[in-house]
Design a protein around this ligand. Structure first.
Ligand SMILES: Nc1ncnc2c1ncn2[C@@H]1O[C@H](COP(=O)(O)OP(=O)(O)O)[C@@H](O)[C@H]1O
Ligand SMILES: [Mg+2]
Length: 292
């Protein structure tokens, strides 16, 4: 007889909650003080190839909240972001997000692993691009672009070309281009995965200062447990085949978070909790694959 995959967890790891299928939003997810900006209810996605990439994913993100999706490769993290951005449609279930209401795309910004800059355009022109597409002139957009470039530490590099920048600086341009249209929602798909550890940690610190206090709802995708803990208020752990949210970890530590946060017991404990949840999620994926 077939049975559903079951997560078996040691008693001491009760600090994360397991979301067991069928995936309806638990009461604690519904009882939030701040209204959701993004809400997925029982969302399934089957591609034309027949592959069921997402099972029944339910999740929400509140205004100004920083949520990370953590999970093994192929569990559907990028698919969730594309659905939230309105770049794909669900096969089943419903999605409410600013991208569904605002078809101009102004409300939602997307940062990819590759900085995807125009090589023939300067830093200034790359950041101008989304505003230019909205009809803003170079002169009209100048003050906001200057401000955002200062904010991301590239005040001196307006006239540089992408080929003259390091990987970390290119990613700063990519994030500046996302922030310049003052999005309501910031979607980031493994933006720092290709960077060395020191640059990545520096960008983690800076990203929090850019996000904090701006009422931006952020969904960040990573494979990296320490990065997830450092950045997030909540981490949703995903399992595969089909993709689903299997655990939720609250990182109940205040912002601003400085680099020294990584040395604290609280940080280390959260990393341990999340690693356990990820291990459990990965083993679920294997089991459901073996069953299916
Ligand atoms: N356009 C597509 N057509 C068919 N299968 C796809 C498509 N995009 C993604 N997939 C498959 O869906 C699953 C989830 O993909 P993805 O969301 O990219 O995972 P992740 O970002 O977690 O690595 C994978 O098995 C992937 O191969
Ligand atoms: Mg991906």
């Amino acid at each position: 007889m077939l049975s559903l995959p079951v997560l078996i967890l040691p008693h001491h790891s009760a600090s994360f909650r397991i979301i067991h299928p069928p995936l309806t939003p638990p009461a604690s997810l519904m009882a939030i003080a701040v209204p959701s900006v993004i809400e997925l209810k029982n969302v399934a996605k089957r591609f034309d190839s027949g592959l069921l990439a997402l099972g029944a994913v339910s999740m929400h993100v509140a205004r100004g909240e920083f949520v990370t999706l953590l999970g093994p490769s192929g569990c559907g993290k990028s698919t969730v972001l594309k659905l939230v951005a309105g770049l794909a449609t669900p096969t089943e279930g419903t999605i409410a997000s600013p991208a569904q209401k605002d078809q101009t795309g102004r409300s939602t910004a997307y940062v990819f692993q590759e900085p995807t800059l125009l090589p023939w355009a300067t830093v200034f022109e790359n950041v101008w691009l989304p505003l230019r597409l909205q009809g803003q002139s170079r002169l009209g957009a100048q003050s906001v672009i200057n401000r955002v470039l200062e904010q991301v530490g590239l005040g001196e590099f307006h006239q540089s070309y992408p080929a003259q920048l390091s990987g970390g600086m290119k990613m700063r341009v990519s994030i500046a281009r996302a922030l310049v249209s003052q999005p309501q929602v910031l979607l980031m798909d493994e933006p720092f995965a290709a960077l060395d550890d020191i640059t990545r940690q520096r960008l983690n610190v800076d990203l929090l200062t850019w996000w904090h206090g701006q009422s931006i709802s952020a969904i960040f995708v990573t494979h990296n447990v320490a990065e997830a803990v450092f950045l997030s208020q909540r981490v949703l752990v995903m399992g595969a085949r089909p993709g689903k949210v299997v655990a939720e970890v609250h990182v109940d530590q205040p912002y601003p978070r400085e680099a020294s946060f990584r040395q604290t017991q609280a940080f280390i404990q959260h990393c341990r909790t999340l690693s356990e949840a990820l291990d459990a999620a990965s083993s679920t994926g294997v089991r459901s694959h073996e069953i299916g």
